[in-house]
Design a protein around this ligand. Structure first.
Ligand SMILES: [Zn+2]
Length: 132
């Protein structure tokens, strides 16, 4: 399962991409509507990805706490502007990561009734060998 999550693959077949572009692409974070391999619709109902806000919130809190403690240990500074600059800068850099993986985790772990179907990933070898 971990390679499917890390590579942002479909939660049902683990073959098709969820996003159209790489994470730090200049063309943005365009999410596909359906899996290009098995055809699963990613947004199951309107507003489905609002649930990803909670995952993203957990990511940001973990990042901010880690960064604040790390900045305190590394710099020993008590200047609040040091912390403000570091925390805002790094969270801004990590924003595409948070957006992408909050939705991927929502799809893979937090959607009831959505499981991996190994029979759907069959045929990917045929597709890959046809591309060669
Ligand atoms: Zn799929």
């Amino acid at each position: 399962m971990w390679p499917a999550i890390v590579n942002a693959k479909c939660p049902k077949c683990w073959v098709g991409n969820i996003y159209a572009n790489p994470m730090y692409s200049l063309s943005g974070q365009k999410m596909l509507t359906n899996c290009p391999h098995c055809g699963m619709t990613y947004e199951r109902e309107p507003g489905y990805f609002y649930g990803a806000m909670y995952v993203s919130y957990a990511f940001i809190v973990a990042e901010l706490v880690t960064l604040a403690i790390g900045t305190s240990i590394l710099t020993g500074s008590d200047n609040p502007w040091v912390y403000t600059a570091v925390l805002l800068g790094v969270v801004g850099i990590l924003a595409p990561f948070n957006l992408r993986y909050s939705r991927v985790i929502l799809l893979h772990w937090l959607t009831p009734g959505l499981h991996y179907h190994p029979e759907l990933s069959k045929g990917s070898e045929t597709i890959i060998s046809n591309l060669r």
